[in-house]
Design a protein around this ligand. Structure first.
Ligand code: TXA
Ligand code: MG
Length: 463
């Protein structure tokens, strides 16, 4: 099925875009002049953003397991013409461009509003494709690829000459991943083998796990979205930096330092270490887990006047409520004051932030529920709408305007899968304050908490 939209849509969860938004089916008649002007009907790839806001965005539904080749070919044609296409992967939706053409990569930054120093991941469909874009590929690469490719793992290498600096954000290294998704793999092969693709969201917003999320952010800016339904994993790939392993003149491989995880994901550090031996965590990410934050009380926004997300006002009307005597418990983490900066440029930016103020409430289960309910009641008294992010196990225990389970603690994957959709949903519902349970105890807790901490501007209340 094909539909054409030019207007932003309302969020909804795991539903068919057309079902939720009947206006889309009609929207192809609401802007006939633009359509004619851009001559897009015949040539969707020529539009792009020379006239941002006036691009007709076409959505093509595909079967994620067995994508219709006509749609793949249409998308590949757009990419080969230097245009952008959003497409599903097993982690999140990506916004693709030809990775080897600087002007194509540049369009990605424009469409997302992405800082130009934030490099893109190149997606490949065959291991051998790596040799054209990377230099000094250490033996650990093959071991990790055998274990985790295709899959949610990105590896960083030194880049070859053919990779433009626009793709790598000016770095001499390149990030590479082979996605585990039939439509993504088919599109990569059909379009020439190298697709640069960040998550297909506006910079700073939660990553898209549905085509609908992509349309919310990028409709009117890109010509084509391949809609493969809900993604499987729901958080972005784990990134490991292998560029620290280099080859000496006599051919030996030496690691200048332990390979580091630059972004936690579904594949944990422990899983990587089982395959290649010691793997570390980028020290620049230390503030992104609840555990480490416990020791960072000195950065409390209520005490230091940290102005991120308006928390300087926390004592008056911050997430914890008015003049809360336990405000000191709110722990803020200021990445600028941390011992090290994250090594992945993208990890230093504020991310995933919903419009509402958000606070993670961490502690023993009953205490968390009690505290959130108290704050929600106080908010209600003051006319503030509260959203609660919880789990199936606790959903019925909360009294607040919007209570949303993101999954079951017994099924960790479900929590990762719904995280971004729930953050978007809170915005759509109009929550003023969001309180979230903490998920540090999960196997994928590091990855989930990394995203949640960024969404909450590193604000945690320990109870
Ligand atoms: O699962 C994923 O990885 C998704 C799907 C679409 O594949 N893509 C994704 O891309 O999450 P993006 O652009 O949202 O995140 C890429 C991250 C950024 O934090 C960026 O700074 C980092 O990877 N990165 C890319 N190249 C790098 C490099 N050469 N060195 C260090 N970090 C790099
Ligand atoms: Mg992203």
């Amino acid at each position: 099925m094909i539909c054409v939209i030019i207007i932003p849509m309302i969020a909804g969860r795991e539903k068919n875009i057309q079902e939720n938004n009947p206006q889309i089916a009609e929207s192809d008649i609401c802007c006939p002049v633009d359509r004619e002007k851009n001559n897009q009907e015949n040539n969707p790839q020529i539009a792009e953003y020379d006239k941002p806001g006036h691009v007709i965005t076409e959505i093509r539904k595909i079967d994620p397991r067995d994508p219709d080749f006509d749609h793949i070919r249409a998308a590949a044609d757009v990419l080969k013409a230097g245009g952008l296409v959003a497409f599903p992967t097993e982690t999140v939706y990506g916004l693709g461009a030809d990775a080897l053409r600087s002007e194509a990569a540049r369009k990605i930054y424009a469409a997302k509003g992405r800082p130009s120093d934030n490099p893109l991941i190149i997606h490949i469909a065959d291991f051998d494709a790596l040799y054209r874009i990377a230099r000094e590929i250490p033996p650990q690469t093959r071991l990790l690829a055998d274990a985790f490719w295709p899959g949610p793992l990105t590896m960083i290498f030194r880049k070859s000459e053919i990779v433009p600096y626009e793709t790598t954000g000016g770095l001499d290294t390149v990030a590479v991943r082979m996605p585990d998704h039939p439509a993504a793999l088919a599109l990569i092969r059909e379009s020439g083998g190298y697709i640069a693709a960040p998550s297909a969201n506006t910079s700073g917003r939660p990553s898209p796990t549905l085509a609908e999320h992509v349309a919310e952010d990028l409709a009117g800016k890109i010509p084509l979205i391949l809609d493969g339904g809900t993604v499987g994993i729901g958080i972005e790939s784990t990134i490991i930096d292998l560029s620290c392993i280099t080859q000496t003149a006599d051919g030996a491989w030496v690691a200048d330092e332990t390979p580091l995880v630059l972004r936690p994901g579904y594949i944990t550090r422990e899983m990587l270490a089982e395959v290649i031996g010691a793997v570390g965590d980028d020290p620049g990410l230390a503030g992104d887990t609840d555990r480490e934050l416990t020791g960072a009380v000195g950065n409390s926004p209520g005490l230091t006047g940290d102005t991120d997300k308006g928390t300087a006002g926390a004592a008056d009307n911050g997430p914890a409520g008015a003049a809360d005597p336990e405000l000191r418990e709110i722990v803020g983490f200021d990445p600028a004051g941390a011992a090290a900066y994250p090594k992945a440029p993208g990890m230093k930016y504020r991310h995933y932030a919903p419009k509402a103020e958000m606070l993670i409430v961490s502690g023993a289960g009953e205490a968390v529920i009690r505290r959130i309910n108290t704050m929600a009641a106080e908010n209600r008294r003051r006319g503030i709408k509260t959203g609660v992010i919880c789990t199936e196990e606790t959903e019925r225990r909360y009294q607040a305007e919007f209570v949303r389970s993101i999954g079951s603690r017994a099924d960790e994957d479900s929590i990762a899968r719904h995280l971004f959709a729930v953050l978007r949903e809170m915005d759509a519902l109009g929550a003023d304050r969001i309180y979230s349970e903490s998920f540090s105890s999960l196997r994928i807790g590091t990855a989930v908490m990394n995203r949640l901490m960024k969404a909450a501007g590193h604000h945690v209340l320990h109870v």
